[in-house]
Design a protein around this ligand. Structure first.
Ligand code: FAD
Length: 355
């Protein structure tokens, strides 16, 4: 929590400090909970307070007032559908007003530009270059990287090697000859985001917080559209990024339109799938149905690899270009108000289909 607070502070002053606009928008995060979890909220609130987190606890009326069309009760839902989907009344919401999103690619460019001018040893960015394998000294410590750029290969010696290859980390370690037990405690899961129309012309859509509702479904304003997502907790360890529009229609919108009937009009415009690298296969643990997975790539050391600082392969410094990947976020820990219940494709029981 203190790291998050510090992050918010840094992001708030990023432009003045680093001379780079990163589009940090504090629209807030609103996590909604069923009664069983809401009962635990006093304990959570005490921890948040002790860590100086800026938050508010909202009752159902206050939640409904913030999110157009959201109904905290369940009386409007067909009892059979309610049971099938495991929907319960929302008892309250945890709102973090300082939370928001920013452009991490721009932030990275800001740091590189600063490093290029402020550090005696200039950082080097080498684009279109693949790390083919790590090299190790006789004691098993990483002491270099074998690189491939076009048809050219070179091995760069290094005092310390930082692995920042996200979901591909274990592939690289495997190619480097590390046995399975020495690889990273991470897997790669496909995650998708969906861009839809707004349900109506209500101006509040422009300023809604990122809101999480049933079954871990979340949505936020994103450049004039609604961005919707839901982690598939049991996604296999895979580098696949095939986009599945049906996941939105069958697994997300069918549930969302019960909680917010107007979202039956939220027609899918586009979306994408990328790789998410949680620590260990969260889907194999008993608590996995509740857990949201924290991103953690290359954060823990394997026995034979050390981590990081110096780019020793030196060509001309060039900051990376602006990316189009998902934005990072800061906020209270994620939670699923309706943990563990997958709708399991309840198409036959539930009504409308968007678009
Ligand atoms: C759909 C989706 C939504 C997300 N939303 C959020 C969010 O709202 N907030 C949040 O904080 N996080 C979010 N995340 C997670 C966030 O994107 C990741 O935690 C973050 O990108 C991890 O950064 P990284 O630098 O460790 O790894 P990555 O961003 O995966 O970067 C790894 C890089 O290494 C490169 N690479 C891999 N292998 C090699 C090799 N052998 N040689 C050279 N280069 C290599 C890859 O090309 C890639 O560019 C989301 C992720 C997904 C998929």
């Amino acid at each position: 929590m203190q790291i998050s607070n510090k992050g918010i502070e840094i992001l708030s002053h990023f432009k003045e400090d680093m001379g780079m606009a990163i589009g940090f928008e504090k629209n807030g995060y609103l996590f909604n909970y069923y009664d069983a979890e809401w009962q635990q909220m006093p304990k959570v609130a005490a921890i948040l307070e002790a860590n100086h987190v800026n938050f508010q606890l909202l009752g159902p009326d206050q939640v409904e007032a913030r999110i157009p069309g959201l109904r905290c009760g369940v009386d409007h839902i067909d009892p059979e559908v309610r049971e099938l989907l495991g929907l319960e009344p929302i008892a309250g919401g945890l709102f973090g007003a300082d939370c928001g999103s920013f452009d991490p690619s721009q932030a990275t460019v800001g740091y590189f530009e600063r490093a290029a001018t402020d550090f005696a040893a200039r950082p080097v960015v080498q684009l279109n270059t693949e790390a083919v394998a790590l090299t190790f000294d006789p004691a098993g410590r990483a002491d270099g990287v074998k690189l491939r750029c076009g048809g050219t290969e070179e091995t760069v010696a290094a005092g310390i090697v930082a692995l920042c290859t996200g979901p591909w980390t274990n592939k690289l370690l495997e190619r480097s000859g590390l046995p399975e037990q020495d690889r990273m405690p991470i897997i790669s899961q496909k995650r998708m985001l969906f861009i839809t129309d707004f349900p109506d012309q209500d101006p509040r859509w422009q300023t809604i917080p990122l809101t999480s509702i049933d079954q871990g479904i979340f949505f936020k304003f994103e450049s004039g559209s609604l961005m919707v997502g839901k982690a598939r907790i049991d996604a296999p360890d895979s580098l696949d990024t095939t986009f599945e529009p049906d996941y939105y229609v069958e697994e997300i919108n069918l549930v969302m339109q019960e909680r917010m009937p107007i979202t039956a009009r939220c027609k899918l415009k586009r979306g994408w799938a990328r790789r998410w690298a949680p620590a260990w296969p969260s889907w194999s643990s008993p608590a996995s149905t509740r857990a949201s997975t924290a991103p953690r790539s290359a954060g823990a050391a394997s026995r034979s690899t050390t981590w990081c600082r110096k780019p020793t392969s030196c060509r001309e410094a060039s900051p990376p270009g602006r990316g189009s990947g998902p934005r990072s976020r800061r906020g209270p820990p994620r939670s699923n108000p309706a943990p563990g219940r997958s709708s399991g494709g309840p198409a036959s029981r539930v009504r409308r289909s968007p678009g």
